[in-house]
Design a binder for this molecule. Structure first.
Ligand code: FE
Ligand code: FE
Ligand code: ZN
Length: 279
């Protein structure tokens, strides 16, 4: 069965997200742990979490994906900003333990003229400070479009971060179709070769989740502007290949397309219709 969901607002809590997911035909979802621009997170409401966990287990919702605020920059030049990133992520990871066994995704960061090697050192250094042996959450590095000085455009950069993380058993990768396309990986005409390269450089076993987005821009644009499914330069045919690919089809897919909730429901229905059940 296709594991599919979309980005949902977390402002009403976990149970509300679970109900909204079910309403639009999703069996998973993504959410921000706090305001995407940063700031304090609401305290965890334990009874809300309990109701959510019950709803989720009764209705087959699993593998939820928390997304870190995108302002968080683990490799900023400013020490205060790096400290903010570290404290925010450490706090988020503690909160994630209320819903054990799920994923926490973050953008590696922007090295802002320090160079990609310095960026990689800061990012892995931060992870080494905050990962805990006993944690039940897997932390995912998101593949990036390479806008500005973003780290994580190439599979090699992702690999270099993973190589420096001591508790790397708690680490995985989230592949964003818009980002890798903008980053120069041709998933439209060469999906097999791109996945082969991912496997050679990072290892397919690290791939835990896919952000399923179309892109407003052509291959290698380094822009990062998402389009609705089938309304961008990637197109329906390639995205349908992505969800059905033998190496990807069992993974959870999360839509981050520019949609309201009805738009998401339509995209989810469309993708389910085009998913080839194997049994
Ligand atoms: Fe992201
Ligand atoms: Fe993404
Ligand atoms: Zn993006």
């Amino acid at each position: 069965m296709l594991k599919i969901g979309c980005h949902l607002s977390s402002s009403k809590g976990y149970e509300a997200m679970g109900k909204e997911a079910l309403k639009i035909g999703a069996n998973t979802f993504q959410f921000f742990t706090r305001n995407p621009r940063g700031g304090a997170a609401k305290a965890i409401d334990e009874s809300d979490v309990e109701r959510f966990l019950k709803l989720a287990s009764e209705n087959g919702i699993d593998t939820i994906l928390a997304h870190a605020p995108y302002t968080l920059n683990a490799c900023a030049a400013d020490e205060g900003l790096r400290e903010f990133a570290r404290n925010t992520m450490a706090d988020d990871l503690q909160r994630m333990e209320y819903t054990p066994g799920n994923y926490y995704n973050f953008h590696p960061g922007s090295h802002v003229k320090q160079g990609v090697d310095v960026g990689i050192e800061y990012i892995s250094g931060m992870l080494n400070e905050i990962l805990r042996p006993e944690q039940k959450t897997t932390v995912l590095l998101e593949t990036m479009a390479g806008k500005g000085s973003e780290v994580g455009r190439t599979f090699e950069e992702i690999r270099a971060i993973l190589d420096r993380v001591e508790l790397s058993g708690h680490m995985g990768v989230c592949l964003d179709t818009c980002h890798i396309w903008d980053g120069g990986y041709d998933i439209v005409t060469n999906l097999d070769a791109v996945l082969q390269e991912f496997d050679n450089v990072i290892g397919m076993e690290r791939l835990k989740a896919v952000h399923l987005n179309d892109s407003l821009n052509p291959l290698s644009a380094h822009k990062d502007r998402h389009a609705k499914i089938g309304e961008g330069c990637i197109g329906n045919e390639a995205l349908i290949q992505v969800i059905n690919h033998p190496l990807l089809r069992e993974l959870p897919f999360y839509l981050e397309t520019p949609n309201d909730i009805d738009g998401y429901a339509k995209e989810i229905a469309f993708l389910k219709e085009n998913y080839k059940e194997t049994e």
